[in-house]
Design a protein around this ligand. Structure first.
Ligand SMILES: [Zn+2]
Ligand SMILES: [Zn+2]
Length: 243
């Protein structure tokens, strides 16, 4: 007799079209609908323990409350603090790489949830965030990549947080890849690379600037400066991972 209900095998085939059937990191076979195998899920490194109160750079051992690292002590950073739930290591770094550069867009659900975990930081909760601002890409870069990873992750994270995504910023200058620059050069290279979109008024707002990874903080600093100069009361930086 012909069954009118789709078989489990058929459902798994359909799910397999949207979600590859192998772990996104180690390629171990998976049940349909999963993205990571149990080992890779567990191996994601959490950002925990003592860290800089501003940039979240971890340090071994005990630190004074409110400790700031030397880098943050030297710089007048524009954001209030940066936080993440994960470190950009191993499985987490690979996930972000596959998403961003190999265009594995199905990873947005997992990475968006990991970004949302960053909003669980006690300081973020006590501050109270009222809008999420993605880091913009220059239009030329967005055409090359075909999507803005920050905007995609912001919209996934925003769903569960019931916060609006506010596309406040635009990138005015195309900056080449920064990897060959020293820390100070990165900050100088990005100064003035972002501007407020027309008609946007962030005055008095508590905004969360979101991105995939925070490394030196130069991009986040340049974006936060624009928001603060326009009157934002607080800008915190929340990323999927801390480099
Ligand atoms: Zn795996
Ligand atoms: Zn720091």
């Amino acid at each position: 007799m012909l069954s009118v209900r789709p078989s489990r095998a058929l459902l798994e085939t359909i799910a397999g079209l949207a979600y590859p059937r192998h772990c996104a990191v180690c390629e171990a076979p998976l049940r349909a609908g999963r993205v990571l195998c149990a080992d890779c899920r567990r191996s994601r490194t959490r950002l925990e323990g003592a860290r800089c109160a501003t940039c979240s750079q971890p340090f071994g051992g005990a630190l004074e409350p409110g400790f700031r690292c030397m880098n943050c002590g030297d710089l007048q950073l524009s954001f209030d603090f940066a936080t993440s739930a994960y470190r950009s290591r191993g499985a987490v770094r690979e996930l972000i790489h596959h998403f961003k550069y190999n265009k594995h867009l199905h990873l947005r659900h997992l990475l968006g949830r990991m970004l949302r975990e960053g909003f669980g930081d006690a300081r973020v909760r006590s501050l109270g965030v009222d809008g999420i601002v993605p880091v913009p890409l220059h239009p030329t870069r967005e055409r090359e990549r075909e999507f803005n990873q920050s905007a995609v992750l912001a919209s996934v994270a925003a769903e569960g947080l019931r916060l609006p995504v506010e596309d406040c910023l635009r990138r005015t200058r195309y900056t080449s890849t920064q990897t060959h620059f020293h820390r100070e050069e990165r900050f100088e290279n990005l100064a003035g690379a972002f501007a407020l979109r027309r008609g946007v008024d962030p005055s008095g707002r508590h905004l969360a600037l979101v991105d995939d990874v925070l490394t030196t903080g130069s991009t986040a600093d340049a974006c936060a400066r624009v928001l603060k100069d326009a009157g934002a009361a607080a800008v915190v930086v929340i990323t999927v991972a801390r480099g």
